[in-house]
Design a protein around this ligand. Structure first.
Ligand code: 5GP
Ligand code: MN
Length: 335
C-alpha cells in the first residue's frame, strides 16, 4: 500500500521525531531526494533543531525546523497543501512534540516508516514497521530493493541512507549483525558514497567545548554504582553554559561509560534546554538489559532494548534519586 500511496501523491510532507538524530535526518532527506527525482514536491520538517554534525548532509539546508519562527508558517502551509504525509523514525505521535497537532489534524493520508518497537496502530493509515532493522534508513533500503529501484539511486541519496544507518549503529558497532545490512552498504558504496568522509563528517567535528565537557563529565560527573554495573552522569543548563555548548553537542556521551569493563547500563540525565525543570534521560545498555522497559516503567518513555529515553519533571537531585531507585529495582538483571 505504501508504494502505491507514494506513487499517487505529488506534494509530500515528510517529518521525523523531536531531537532529530542521524537516522531521523538521513532517512527523511533520502526520501525527499528520491521523491524529487521522481518529479514530486517533497518537504522535510522536524520539531526542533538538529545537531551541527548533520548539517553537511545533502539537502539539510532545506529542512524546516518548527521551533524556528520563520519556518513555522512554511510548515503549516506545506502540511495544508500536502496530499501525503510520511512520518519517519518514530512510533508514537507524541514524538512529534509541538508538530503533533498539525500532523494529526491534517486531512492528508499518513504513512509511517519506522524501526521502533510497538508502533501506535491508530496513528497512520499505512505502516512499514520493521523493529528488527537497524535504522529507518535500512527500511528504506529494503523498500527500494523490493521495488527494484536500488539501481537508480544517486550519490546524494546513498550518502543520506548510509549516514543514517551509520549513526543508528554507532558506525556499525552495535545492532548491526544482520548480513543484509552490509549488502545494503555494499550497494551504497557502488552508488558513490565516500564512507570514510561520512565518518569524519559525523564523528570528527567536535567543538572545543564539547571535548572539554566530555572530559569534565567523565572526571567530575560520572558516578559508578558499585555492584550494579551501572553509571549515572548528569548535565545541568548551568554547566552547559559554562562549556558554551549547544543542544546536539552532547550526542553520544551516554555511550562512553559502556566502554568501561563490566558496565552494562549507562544513564545520562540532561536538564532540558527549552524547559528547565524537566530532566531528559538517555539510557544505554549492552547485552540483554532492557532499557526500554526501565524507561517506560520509571521515566514515562521507551525506545529500543539497548537505547531508550524518557523524562522526569523534577530537580536534578530528585532525578538522580529516582534513577538510583530504578537501578535498585533492576539489581537482579544488572548482576
Ligand atoms: P536518546 O537517548 O538518543 O534521546 O533516545 C534514544 C532512543 O530512545 C530514541 O531513539 C527513542 O527511540 C527513544 N526515546 C527517547 N526519548 C523518548 C521518550 O521520551 N519516549 C519514548 N517513547 N521513547 C524515547
Ligand atoms: Mn532510528
Amino acid at each position: 500500500m505504501i508504494p502505491e500511496l507514494l506513487k499517487e501523491s505529488s506534494r509530500i510532507f515528510i517529518c521525523a521525531h523531536v531531537n532529530p538524530d542521524g537516522d531521523a535526518i538521513g532517512s527523511t532527506l533520502a526520501l525527499k531526494h528520491i521523491l524529487e527525482r521522481k518529479g514530486k514536491r517533497a518537504t522535510v520538517a522536524v520539531p526542533n533543531a538538529f545537531p551541527d554534525f548533520l548539517q553537511w548532509l545533502p539537502g539539510s539546508d532545506t529542512i524546516l525546523v518548527n521551533t524556528n519562527a520563520k519556518h513555522k508558517e512554511h510548515i503549516r502551509a506545506a502540511i495544508d497543501e500536502a496530499d501525503l504525509i510520511v512520518v519517519c523514525d518514530l512510533n508514537q505521535p507524541a514524538r512529534l512534540a509541538a508538530m503533533e497537532e498539525l500532523v494529526v489534524g491534517s486531512k492528508a493520508p499518513r504513512i509511517l516508516i519506522d524501526h521502533h518497537l510497538d508502533p501506535d496502530p491508530n496513528f497512520c493509515q499505512a505502516m512499514r514497521s520493521e523493529p528488527t532493522m537497524c535504522a529507518t534508513a535500512e527500511v528504506i533500503c529494503q523498500m527500494l530493493c523490493e521495488a527494484g529501484e536500488m539501481e537508480g539511486i544517486t550519490p546524494e541519496e546513498a550518502t543520506c541512507l548510509y549516514a543514517a544507518m551509520m549513526c543508528d549503529t554507532g558506525a556499525f558497532s552495535f545492532n548491526s549483525n544482520r548480513p543484509v545490512i552490509f549488502e545494503h552498504v555494499s550497494r551504497l558504496l557502488a552508488h558513490g558514497i565516500d564512507k570514510d568522509q561520512i565518518y569524519r563528517n559525523v564523528f570528527y567535528t567536535a567543538s572545543e567545548g564539547r571535548l572539554r565537557l566530555q572530559g569534565y563529565l567523565l572526571y567530575a560527573s560520572m558516578k559508578v554504582l558499585p555492584g550494579r554495573h551501572a553509571t549515572i552522569m548528569t548535565l545541568t543548563n548551568e554547566e552547559r553554559r559554562r562549556f558554551r555548548i549547544k543542544n546536539g553537542d552532547t550526542e553520544g556521551f551516554v555511550n562512553i561509560p559502556l566502554t568501561m569493563l563490566g558496565i552494562r547500563l549507562s544513564i545520562f540525565i540532561n536538564e532540558d534546554t527549552e524547559h528547565p525543570g524537566t530532566m531528559k534521560l538517555s539510557l544505554r545498555s549492552v547485552g540483554s538489559f532492557p532499557c526500554d522497559q526501565m524507561a517506560s516503567r520509571f521515566f514515562g518513555g521507551g525506545g529500543h532494548r539497548n537505547a531508550s529515553g524518557g523524562k522526569l519533571h523534577c530537580s536534578m537531585q530528585e532525578a538522580v534519586e529516582k534513577v538510583k531507585e530504578a537501578i535498585e529495582c533492576y539489581a537482579e538483571l544488572l548482576k
